[in-house]
Design a binder for this molecule. Structure first.
Ligand code: NDP
Length: 255
């Protein structure tokens, strides 16, 4: 097998939660370009259909399954649909996530719970539902999208629940990696720095000094710069990598 063959995803089935826009979409396109069948698991059906049109042009089977990742029934139904239409899942990318700025003194319990239900609980539930099947088959790769916010405290904006949820995602990654290492299932995370997507679209200009000028590389990332790392972690190219958190931040966390 040549080194480039190790990156091939031909014959694989990959699920990307929140794969209809932003980082998730770039990852879905990247895995499709490497030959994988793709499942978009997100809520906005119109947006998922748009992304599907782009994916099918790449010549791979692709489906969209309307899924609220916070809902275990939706996740179980999604896995059943995928099994019927494409076969068992080889790769799960837990990418769906939300973020908002929040002052620790005034944040409501409801907002805390809403964020954790998507950013952390859903990663746990999807890993459990899909991981069950992967452990039985003795193979699979799970990639969780964490954040540099799980490693450092961002400024000037406060968003402690977001950072706490991402720190927990990193630890969840390591815990499951250890538990499933002998079952042939690898679990890794990617911790991106500031990536220009809808999650914070109105804020990039306001916080340009902190979010861009203070990055050693002096720019934001594009979603397409995250996708190759996901391909590395999804494919045979990373066959001895598990429990890692890959920082992709243009050097932001260096100082
Ligand atoms: P976007 O806001 O552009 O996209 C978020 C995606 O998540 C959408 O596809 C959305 O689809 C999906 N989503 C949200 N809630 C749910 C839900 N309950 N069920 C299913 N899907 C859901 O965000 P990004 O692409 O920027 O972020 C993607 C991931 O990367 C997130 O986990 C984020 O925290 C992380 N990240 C982002 C960074 C950045 O600077 N952009 C930096 C570091 C990490 P729909 O609404 O259709 O359900």
């Amino acid at each position: 097998m040549s080194i480039l063959d190790k990156f091939s995803m031909r014959g694989k089935v990959s699920v990307v939660t929140g794969g209809n826009r932003g980082i998730g979409k770039a990852i879905a396109v990247g895995l499709a370009e490497a030959g994988s069948s793709i499942v978009i698991a997100a809520r906005d059906e119109a947006k998922s259909e748009e992304t599907l049109t782009e994916l099918t042009k790449l010549g791979v089977p692709a489906i969209a399954v309307k899924t609220d990742v916070a809902n275990r029934d939706d996740l179980e139904a999604m896995v059943e649909t995928v099994a019927k239409e494409l076969g068992p899942i080889d790769v799960l990318v837990n990418n769906a996530g939300i973020g908002f700025h929040a002052n620790a003194l005034t944040l409501s319990d409801e907002e805390w719970q809403r964020l954790f239900s998507i950013n952390l609980d859903a990663v746990w539930k999807a890993s459990q539902v899909v991981g069950n099947q992967m452990v039985k088959r003795g193979s699979g790769s799970i990639i969780n999208i964490g954040s540099i916010s799980g490693l450092i405290i961002n400024r000037p904006q406060w968003h402690s629940p977001y950072g706490i949820s991402k720190a927990a995602v990193h630890h969840l990654t390591k815990s499951l990696a250890a538990e499933w290492a002998q079952s042939g299932v690898r679990v890794n995370a990617i911790a991106p720095g500031y990536v220009k997507t809808e999650i914070a679209s109105t804020e990039y200009e306001d916080y340009r000094h902190y979010w861009r000028d203070e990055v050693p590389m002096q720019r934001y990332a594009t979603p397409e710069e995250i996708a190759p790392i996901a391909l590395l972690l999804a494919s045979e190219a990373s066959s001895f990598v598990t429990g890692s958190v890959f920082v992709v931040d243009g050097g932001y966390t260096l100082w």
